[in-house]
Design a binder for this molecule. Structure first.
Ligand code: TYD
Ligand code: MG
Length: 451
């Protein structure tokens, strides 16, 4: 073995300092090949990790972010697209990934060229979609092949600043067979494209289909290779939510909100009451309104719950918008501290507008919704609730208290039930109700207006 060499797996590009019969990364046999460290064949980008450099001497390159042309996408990415980054855009088929990407590249201001690799749809279909979205850009080149070598050759020819691969499950490298979508194909093709963009400061968007069953060969297997993972999800029928689940260059709690219309995706600016059901009358039992904090804004959401006697005596929780474990825990706290039984009940929980909520501020409103459903008594008046609930039945403060309370008051809520805190300045004192235990919360929430 030459000193200046290493071994690279030809299947997954994994590096090893010495030869092994089986690649420890992807498990392929006899796949390690000797490579010279200064050979041209070394994947670009990989060399950076091979030769150590003093931390102090590494240059910080400013101005690497640029505007995606879509405020909601910039928000989710942490302030714009990072040059040289690889972004995975996952979501179920039909959710709007292609539409989003086409709108993004159609509106982006860049001097360079854009390559749209269309393995899912024919160029004709893509053109029809572009016409419908009124996208006319001579910068966008469409490549409808799916073979890696010809794709990379085309990349070298036109040197795009942005590459969209729609979808990564359709491309394949002939080096390792011709069936696209296998785990090895996904990994190898993604890595080659990532290496290509990294060494040229271009940007790569990989579209990946996620299906509820087919997670294994889906985009999950390339999540660790890319810088940013975005998932596109549906709220209600027309609402689409873009969420970062991994971001090397920004926070992951931001969400971007769109509406799917007949003219494509429209960014939603006024989101505060987007997920509320606007009712003329008081809500029925089982419903509570919560100001939740997502990313940098407050959204008012409606928690809907239904509690019915369990069939066969085994209690089950059906909840996919709020973690079912959290629902069970809250039900247990209510059972213990309020002496009402949930353990012989089936519990169904939904969030109006279909948005998934994972923050703790949902716990007190969830408790009130469950209690309301269980005792079949609606929460009176225009009431919004926020707070975290501890196992001991105490109500804990949540982040951005003041913003939440103010947003709810602005939407016309007349009673705000929340953890111990002063009423924010500028709000009427009689709007705010501090509670410190789950018992006190129930008493306050369900007291009738007359009493
Ligand atoms: P698409 O972007 O093809 O989804 P994906 O790439 O994630 O599979 O979007 C498909 C759906 O969006 C399709 O059902 C039609 C709808 N749609 C609209 O409602 N309006 C539009 O302007 C476009 C382009 C699509
Ligand atoms: Mg598509």
């Amino acid at each position: 073995m030459k000193i200046n060499s290493f071994f690279q797996c030809k299947v997954c590009q994994h590096h090893e300092p010495k030869w092994l019969g089986r690649c420890p990364e992807c498990g392929s046999w006899n796949s390690l090949e000797e490579k010279s460290k200064d050979s041209k064949k070394t994947a670009p980008g990989k060399t950076e990790g091979i030769i150590p450099v003093p931390l102090d001497s590494i240059e910080i390159r400013e101005g690497l972010r640029f505007d995606s042309g879509l405020i909601e996408v910039n928000r989710v990415l942490g302030g714009g697209i990072m040059k040289g980054s690889a972004i995975l855009v996952g979501g179920e088929p039909g959710i709007g990934k292609s539409t989003l990407m086409l709108q993004l590249v159609g509106g982006i201001k860049t001097k360079g060229r854009i390559l749209y690799v269309s393995g899912e749809e024919s160029p004709g279909q893509l053109r029809m979609r572009a016409d419908r979205l009124e996208i006319h850009s001579e910068k966008i080149e469409v490549f409808s092949g799916t073979e890696m070598a010809s794709l990379l050759q085309f990349c070298n020819q036109i040197r795009p600043v942005i590459i969209v691969v729609d979808s990564i499950q359709t491309v394949h490298s002939s080096d390792i067979g011709s069936i696209p979508g296998t785990v090895n194909q996904l990994k190898l093709c993604s890595q080659e494209l990532i290496d290509w963009v990294k060494s040229r400061d271009s940007v790569l968007f990989l579209i990946g289909h996620v299906t509820k069953e087919g997670f294994i060969a889906g985009p999950k297997v390339i999540e660790h290779m890319v810088d940013t993972v975005l998932y596109f999800d549906t709220g209600s029928s027309e609402i689409r939510i873009l969420r970062a689940v991994k971001n090397r260059f920004g926070p992951i709690d931001e969400i971007g909100i769109f509406k799917m219309t007949d003219k494509g995706l429209v960014q939603v600016k006024d989101t505060a009451d987007l997920f509320l059901t606007h009712r003329k009358k008081a809500p029925p039992p089982g419903v509570a309104v919560a100001p939740v904090y997502e990313g940098s804004r407050v959204l008012l959401v409606e928690i809907q719950s239904l509690v019915v006697p369990a069939k066969g005596g085994i209690s089950r929780v059906f909840s996919d918008r709020i973690d079912a474990g959290r629902v069970s825990r809250i039900a247990a706290v209510l059972e213990k501290h309020l002496k009402i039984r949930f353990s012989d009940q089936d519990i169904y929980v939904n969030v109006g507008g279909g948005i998934r909520i994972s923050e703790v501020g949902i716990e007190l409103p969830l408790s009130m919704a469950l209690y309301s459903a269980r005792v079949n008594q609606p929460i009176p008046g225009l009431t919004a609730v926020l707070g975290e609930v501890s196992l001991a039945g105490e109500i804990r403060p949540v982040s951005h208290h003041e913003k939440r309370v103010k947003a709810a008051a602005k939407m016309g809520y007349e009673r705000l039930i929340h953890p111990e805190a002063d009423c924010p300045e500028g709000l009427e004192e009689d709007l705010c109700f501090s509670v410190s235990t789950i018992n006190e919360a129930v008493r306050t929430c369900f007291m009738s207006e007359a009493s």
